[in-house]
Design a protein around this ligand. Structure first.
Ligand code: PEP
Length: 238
């Protein structure tokens, strides 16, 4: 199981310091926390957690004002990086070419990309979930050789489930996760880890955990509260 916390822009410095002080002695090789760039060093220097990044520059050049490159992330000890989150697709208009460039830079710097895919509510309503998710995956993964693809983790995150409290049924998740695994295995001959993300919390984790084909979770809001986050992790180890 791989459990990844995406703390987005939720926490102030004070809240991060409190989070870090509560979690500083915790170590679990299956848990990754992705703080805001601003707080990466606070986590790397003061906790034993595996630290990931929420983003990376598309360009791997040393003169890129305001950006943070994969090489810089690697120099900070970053092991994972989220790419393709629906918020970056929607608000920053990032597309498959951008994601492929980011993933290339991450792989070149030995950082594992967590590549997010998922359908919007209307797409689900029109029975297009697999078309959308399949297109998102193939447009990006087709840029890579199998030896690189094996380093990627996929996160299936229905856009309508992110931050809304809505979660697909277990049957719906199983259907899409199996589709993703079969697609990647058929096209590239590789079995990748597939995480689920979207409104995972302490109330629904035990139900979600009944799905054996899920390899872990990408957790947003619930990863900002130490007690809830560790409760979810402990449920996943059962
Ligand atoms: C996310 O943003 O990746 C996410 C899963 O958020 P939440 O858990 O808050 O729905």
């Amino acid at each position: 199981m791989l459990i990844v916390g995406n703390q987005k822009t939720y926490l102030s410095k004070e809240a991060v310091l409190e989070f870090v002080s509560k979690i500083k002695d915790y170590r679990n090789n299956n848990v990754v926390i992705c703080p805001s760039y601003l707080y990466i060093d606070l986590f790397c220097s003061n906790t034993d957690l595996i630290v990931g990044s929420q983003n990376v520059s598309e360009k791997e050049i040393s003169s890129m004002t305001g950006e943070i490159t994969a090489r810089q992330l690697s120099s900070m000890g970053i092991k994972y990086c989220i790419v393709g989150h629906s918020e970056r697709r929607e608000y920053l208009k990032e597309n498959s070419d951008v994601f492929a460039n980011k993933i290339k830079n991450l792989i070149d710097n030995n950082i594992i990309p967590i590549f997010c895919v998922g359908e919007k509510q209307t797409e689900k309503g029109n029975n297009l979930t697999k078309d959308v998710v399949g297109k998102q995956i193939l447009e990006v993964l087709s840029n890579f050789a199998s030896c690189d693809i094996k380093n990627i983790v996929i996160a299936y995150e229905p856009v309508w489930a992110i931050g809304t409290g809505l979660v697909p049924t277990n049957e719906e998740i199983i259907d899409v996760v199996n589709y993703i695994k079969d697609l990647i295995s058929d096209k590239f001959g590789i079995n990748l880890l597939v995480l689920y993300g979207g409104s995972v919390n302490k109330k629904n984790i035990s139900l979600l955990n009944q799905i054996s084909s899920i390899d872990g979770y990408l957790i947003g809001g619930a990863s900002t509260k130490v007690d809830e986050f560790l409760y979810i992790v402990s449920e996943c180890s059962k």
